[in-house]
Design a protein around this ligand. Structure first.
Ligand code: FMN
Length: 201
């Protein structure tokens, strides 16, 4: 799996922890990650995880929180305004993309193919190239438009993977909940992992 290329988008929905946990898990798998964080995604990282998780020291934060094994992979941070980045083109090899967390606004943009910024454009590329696209919405309750946008994305081939951790694994900490969700995301992207034990029936 050493040369897997995955795009990770982080947008301004609550659940920044899910974003960093997923990023750390992909890096531990040895992935090359193209990372794009929206303006509100940057704000949520700081609001929910503190200054230590600010974008310009995210690599150090991941190593401190999840261990040096994140060094097996590497990530490149792109500006969300850079719609000319390589990942804005279908000619760039890439195995898939996850937007975690995915705001209702970004979900709406993907559903309508708006491609106004790099998160939206990279997601559009995944759909047109028939690559894996995993969207992790976090909103409650949901309006009819929000539900319809999710259906549109699913009809176009995206996996809708709501930030809904299960409790049957008897989580003890918030990190257990984040591990569970990151594990679900890695499975949807085609990775084997040990982020949660397999259900024994
Ligand atoms: C503190 C805070 C929490 C938010 N939580 C959510 C949320 O859980 N889900 C959501 O869809 N939007 C949420 N929003 C709204 C989005 O951040 C807003 O719609 C923003 O324009 C999304 O832009 P982006 O998708 O480019 O990041 C939140 C905003 C703030 C400031």
């Amino acid at each position: 799996m050493g040369d897997m290329r995955i795009v990770v988008g982080v947008t301004g929905a609550s659940g920044a922890l899910y974003g960093v946990r997923t990023l750390a898990a992909l890096l531990t798998q040895g992935c090359e990650v193209d990372l794009v964080i929206s303006e509100f995604g940057r704000r949520l990282l700081r609001d929910e995880l503190g200054e230590a998780a600010a974008v310009d020291r995210l690599g150090a934060y991941l190593a401190e929180r999840y261990g040096e094994t994140v060094g097996r992979g590497r990530y490149t941070l792109h500006s969300n305004r850079d719609v000319g980045a390589k990942i804005a083109s279908g000619s760039q090899r890439c195995e898939g993309m996850v937007i975690v967390p995915c705001s209702m606004k970004s979900m709406a943009a993907v559903a309508h193919g708006l491609s106004r910024n790099l998160v939206e454009r990279a997601a559009d590329v995944m759909l047109k190239e028939r690559r894996r696209l995993v969207l992790v919405p976090r909103e409650t309750p949901m309006s009819l438009m929000q539900l319809r946008n999710m259906v549109s994305c699913a009809e176009a081939g995206a996996v809708i993977l709501p930030a809904m951790p299960g409790f049957y694994q008897m989580p003890k900490t918030i990190d257990d909940l984040a591990d569970f969700l990151a594990g679900k995301i890695l499975s949807a992207l085609g990775f084997e992992h040990t982020l949660y034990p397999p259900w024994q029936g």
